[in-house]
Design a protein around this ligand. Structure first.
Ligand SMILES: Nc1ncnc2c1ncn2[C@@H]1O[C@H](COP(=O)(O)OP(=O)(O)OP(=O)(O)O)[C@@H](O)[C@H]1O
Length: 406
């Protein structure tokens, strides 16, 4: 079914193939009627510096952010009623920044990704602002949006097989966004496609292959080549390597990291796997029930998360880059809550191993653990001093709090 539903649009928004649309609906959402920021005091509001931006953006304070998400709230409307999937997220990426977005299934990661290119199903309510290079994605005309997709920002999905057109040869598919966005002839665009293939480690003779003739890793490389084809400022990789075997995953991640670094592209990488994100991205944001619960420098968050949920996720992946040693989240009973029926206070409190009485009544916003590091936990002040004192390798190894510590 995915195939039939997915084969709706091409990379530039024309009808063809798209895995995310198979999942989220087949049409881009029209400009949201009310893009105004909602202000619900019970919801998470961005704390000062809650976008995790470093105090001085790379390249100086005059750098215009590539992506600025401000108080993003997204509510799906369907047969199950209203599903508030994202509840007030703010993030900023400057050129060349790499951000990992982690969290258990259903916490809203893909919804954020889809919103960035306005790929959410019709009828979905979106408030807040998403600025791509200063331009408001939510308020854009369809024509402008079409121009921005692939040329300004592109997405690499998990299921390359479903995102590629099975009846077209590889070079032609990579060339398609180039033809559309740069107005050059197909022959010249296919020559560029072969160059892009070389950059992602695909030999030129593969130009005439069909997707089914490629391995999963090679197809993901094709998707990366397509994502790079029009030199976007931003790439969103949504579980782009999850389905690959460990060796290929490592290769594709290295490649992605190298290309975004060389081209100064901002990267948002989405994964369940904190260790992969910590290895690939400079910053890490952890989501729970539609909100950010932790946001800071990747390796430090991975090594010494301040939020008990982020601690549990880190403990599930004890060795960066060694999936063989991964375990299930430690010390976490229960499941993530129904987004339509969140617990009061901190949404995580029913599962929290160090819950306090006030956690069930006090809404928790992101608060500073350090100037470039925030966590949404009432206990964060208690650990902020240690975090501020520690830098890089000085940070203590993560110790997952237990009930006895409370
Ligand atoms: N098209 C949709 N219509 C209604 N609800 C949706 C739709 N897409 C997602 N949801 C709901 O929104 C919430 C967030 O889903 P989302 O896919 O963004 O989470 P995720 O963190 O990316 O999960 P996963 O890691 O499994 O992809 C979930 O409760 C999900 O059921």
């Amino acid at each position: 079914m995915v195939h039939a539903a997915a084969r709706l649009r091409d990379p530039c928004g024309r009808p063809r193939v798209h895995a995310l649309r198979a999942r989220h609906g087949d049409r881009a959402q029209p400009p949201a009627a009310g893009c105004a920021v909602t202000t619900d005091a019970t919801e998470q509001e961005p704390a000062p510096g809650a976008d995790g931006r470093a105090p001085e953006p790379r390249g100086g304070s005059s750098v215009r952010p590539t992506l600025q998400i401000e108080d993003l709230r997204i509510t799906y409307r369907g047969s199950r009623g209203e599903i508030p999937a994202v509840r007030g997220i703010s993030l900023t990426l400057n050129p060349g920044d790499t951000l990992g977005l982690a969290g258990e299934s259903g916490c809203g990661k893909s919804t954020v990704a889809a919103a960035v290119l306005r790929l959410l199903p019709p009828g979905t309510e979106v408030t807040g602002r998403i600025l791509l290079d200063g331009e408001d994605i939510l308020a854009m005309s369809f024509g402008k949006l079409r121009a921005v997709r692939w040329a300004g920002a592109s997405i690499v999905f998990q299921g390359a097989m479903h995102s590629l057109n099975p009846v077209h040869r590889i070079a032609r598919q990579i060339a398609e966004p180039i033809v559309l966005h740069e107005g050059i002839g197909r022959e010249a665009a296919e020559a560029r496609a072969v160059e892009l293939m070389a950059q992602v480690g695909l030999p030129a003779w593969r130009a005439t292959s069909y997707p089914h003739e490629l391995s999963g890793g090679q197809r993901q490389r094709v998707m990366i080549a397509m994502a790079l084809a029009c030199s976007p400022q931003l790439i969103v990789a949504d579980e782009a390597t999850t389905a690959l075997d460990v060796m290929i995953q490592a290769q594709v991640l290295r490649l992605l990291k190298q290309l975004v670094t060389e081209r100064h592209i901002a990267l948002v990488m989405i994964s369940h796997d904190l260790s992969v994100l910590a290895d690939t991205c400079e910053r890490l944001a952890v989501m729970y029930a539609g909100r950010l619960v932790e946001h800071g420098p990747s390796r430090e968050v991975f090594a010494g998360a301040r939020h008990p949920y982020a601690q549990a996720l880190s403990a599930a992946f004890p060795t960066v880059g060694d999936p063989a040693e991964r375990r299930n989240p430690q010390g976490l009973a229960g499941d993530p809550p129904d987004p339509a029926d969140l617990p009061t206070g901190c949404s995580f409190h029913p599962r929290c191993p160090v819950v306090m009485d006030e956690c069930s009544t006090t809404p928790v916003t992101l608060r500073a653990a350090r100037d470039d590091w925030q966590a949404a936990c009432l206990r964060v002040e208690a650990t902020a001093g240690a975090a501020a004192a520690a830098t890089g390798e000085d940070l203590p190894a993560p110790t997952l709090l237990t009930k006895g510590d409370a």
